[in-house]
Design a protein around this ligand. Structure first.
Ligand code: CU
Length: 659
């Protein structure tokens, strides 16, 4: 989080130098756009050419469930993705895979994003009902009237472990009244090798992504914008799952209108309508060990509206956001024997489930003095579900209603104080979330982690979160220390429990679990960040995180990160930079056998990279060479699905031109 904020500020100060003095209104417009401008960088300290997943993992409150080398599932505050809202510029998008092969983060690429905005807990309720918080992927948006009309970048690289080759290009035109921008990228990787130099079969992937955006300034104070992203992944292996992905396609489109106001309390109103469609085709014919084959295609279509207003008067400022969307999720299961002409079974694992949501959210802040600030916010949402083929839900829940309406309130409050070099904050939150499509309406969704088939329950109660958080920090010219803690008490915590009825449908499966609510579960997250400038060009950084999750019986919750650490050194000299980092987890003592977990050992990974900056004519060029897992350690983490081993030593090279 802190890292992203720092990036944001860096970006703002870089772009601010480019803006020249206009009269106030235009300056206003530009200032607003500068905030969204494309100058921030999606890169980590170690690596300049990162995937979206690698970038997200540099944030200390994000961890991942990994099912292979592609499309990691982001966990915010150690909670699964149902508990957070994942959006692209505030647009809601839902994956089309019942096995979570396609989190929303898999449909963008690092060269069409400017930054990722992560908010913890109810502070993230602006984009809709949540428990864990929000992850908003911010797209690039070039301001009008830049001094330099054409901007662009091209990036290429090769990673030796899995022979990943990638090419990413983007270009933008900035006129006084018109902006156009586009990006295109292609990545292709073979299977990767683990620390024992064994090939991890079914870990290859191919990804193509392109985006286009056009903006037109309708008046001095208003503009329209249209955007589209197209993403296609083919032949993606998921070594931890019993099947792979043959094809997924996503089309993400939006049109927006922004109006600024010179006078009055309301400063900006930005309204966007959007549409996105996702298709997902799984394939298990690549796995010779499967005797019975199952096709499991899925589709997810969403229409939505997001409208946001920014208000400011003296010491008071506020954001108000209206969110509305309609999603249809469909997933099919078709079973075949070896002879594909004989279909033996058909079922809907998502029986055409409609989700409609409408909600109004608000964040207010008052500056009590130069040093202290109060934040107060909340939202009220209405969530409606409809299951078209409700007979699938009736098999386990006879007479369950076909429609269900839920009210999802949320509230949060916080206080910040800055005294000299110190800063403190305390906050609290309360919020509801509705069950996801799988939790509410899923039918025989096979979970290869605990090897159970999961059944949704349309009558599940809302999950209710009570949250407290605090932070304290110190900062001077050389040293910065920041400690953060949050605690969640979650009522009606939704989780799968073994059902006595029903028999497994997948031949690997050992039984049937139904989603039920625990009375409560609790979750504690702590982190400590330290950075120190040893010399003007030698910086050190360290991060320590700890989390603990328990159910109502004092048992462990699954996928909770054990004590983990990261430390890095960064040295710069003229155009040359070198950085090295060590990271790892301690032994996972608090694992959950009930949910298929076993004891995961500690591991330590050492990484190193070097880069060199130079100019060819006017083109800024950077080359980088590095190695991840330099010592070729064989390991798997607490959140590697089915304990699949992680990548062994990986040498990476990349080259970037900015013009
Ligand atoms: Cu899938």
């Amino acid at each position: 989080m802190k890292y992203i904020i720092i990036l944001l500020f860096l970006g703002m100060s870089v772009t601010a130098q480019n803006t020249h003095a206009h009269h106030d209104s235009i300056k206003n417009l530009e200032e607003v756009q500068v905030k969204n401008a494309a100058k921030k960088k999606i890169e980590t300290e170690m690596k300049m050419a990162v995937s979206v997943d690698e970038f997200l993992s540099s944030s200390d409150n994000i961890s991942f469930i990994k099912r292979g080398a592609y499309a990691w599932e982001p966990l915010l505050n150690n909670m699964s993705s149902e508990r957070s809202t994942l959006t692209i510029d505030g647009m809601h998008i839902f994956g089309a895979c019942t096995d979570k092969m396609d989190p929303v983060t898999s449909y963008v690429e690092s060269n069409n994003l400017s930054t990722i905005d992560i908010k913890s807990g109810q502070q993230g309720s602006l984009h809709g009902a949540t428990v864990a918080g929000s992850i908003d992927l911010k797209r690039k948006s070039t301001p009008f009237g830049l001094e330099k009309k054409w901007n662009g970048a091209y990036q290429s690289g090769f990673e030796f472990n899995n022979k990943q080759f990638f090419n990413l290009g983007n270009v933008a035109y900035s006129g006084e009244k018109f902006v156009a921008e586009g990006s295109i990228s292609y990545r292709k990787a073979d299977d990767y090798y683990d620390g024992n130099n064994n090939e991890v079969k079914h870990s290859q992937y191919k990804k193509f992504n392109t985006s286009l955006g056009f903006a037109y300034k309708t008046t001095d104070l208003s503009s329209v914008r249209v955007d589209a992203i197209f993403d296609m992944a083919k032949d993606v292996g998921y070594p931890a799952l019993p099947m792979d992905l043959s094809l997924s396609r996503a089309l993400i489109t939006s049109a927006s209108y922004k109006q600024l106001f010179e006078e009055g309390v309301v400063k900006v109103v930005d309204t966007k309508v959007y549409f996105n469609a996702i298709e997902h085709y799984m394939d298990d014919t690549t796995r010779p060990e499967n005797l019975v084959h199952m096709d499991m295609p899925g589709w997810s279509t969403t229409y939505g509206l997001v409208s946001k207003a920014n208000l400011k008067k003296n010491r008071y400022s506020s954001e108000i956001q209206l969110n509305a969307y309609d999603n249809l999720s469909i997933a099919e299961m078709r079973m075949y024997p070896q002879d594909r002409s004989k279909r033996t079974m058909f079922a809907y694992s998502w029986p055409w489930v409609t989700t409609r949501y409408g909600g109004l959210s608000m964040n207010n802040s008052w500056d009590l003095s130069e040093k202290s600030q109060i934040n107060l916010g909340g939202s009220l949402g209405v969530n409606y579900n409809y299951s078209k083929y409700v007979e699938f839900n009736w098999i386990f829940h006879p007479g369950a209603p076909q429609e269900k309406t839920r009210f999802l309130p949320s509230l949060h409050a916080g206080y910040n104080l800055d005294i000299d070099h110190f800063n403190f904050s305390v906050g609290t939150g309360y919020g509801h979330r509705a069950p996801s499509v799988s939790e509410g309406y899923g039918y025989y969704i096979y979970n290869s982690f605990d090897r159970y088939d999961y059944i949704g329950n349309p009558d599940l109660k809302n999950e209710i979160s009570y949250e407290g958080n605090a932070s304290a920090g110190f900062k001077n010219e050389k040293l910065s220390i920041q400690g953060k803690i949050n605690y969640f008490y979650i009522e009606n915590y939704i989780i799968g429990r073994v059902l006595s009825m029903g028999s497994p449908m997948n031949y690997q499966s050992v039984g049937v679990k139904g989603y039920t609510s625990l009375d409560y579960a609790t979750l504690l997250n702590m982190s400590m960040n330290v950075s120190y400038d040893i010399l003007p060009h030698l910086h050190w950084k360290g991060v320590l995180t700890y989390a603990r999750g328990m159910d109502d019986q004092g048992g462990n919750l699954p996928f909770i990160r054990p004590l983990s650490y990261q430390t890095s050194l960064h040295f710069m000299h003229k155009n040359f930079g070198i950085q090295t980092s060590v990271n790892g987890d301690f032994q996972q003592i608090n694992y959950s056998p009930e949910y298929g977990e076993d004891l995961t050992s500690a591991y330590t990974i050492w990484n190193i990279s070097a880069d060199y900056n130079f100019k060819i004519n006017k083109v800024r060029t950077v080359v980088q060479v590095g190695a991840e897992n330099l010592l070729n350690e064989y390991y798997s983490t607490y959140a590697d699905w089915g304990n699949i081993p992680r990548m062994g030593r990986n040498i990476f090279t990349s080259l970037k031109f900015n013009f």
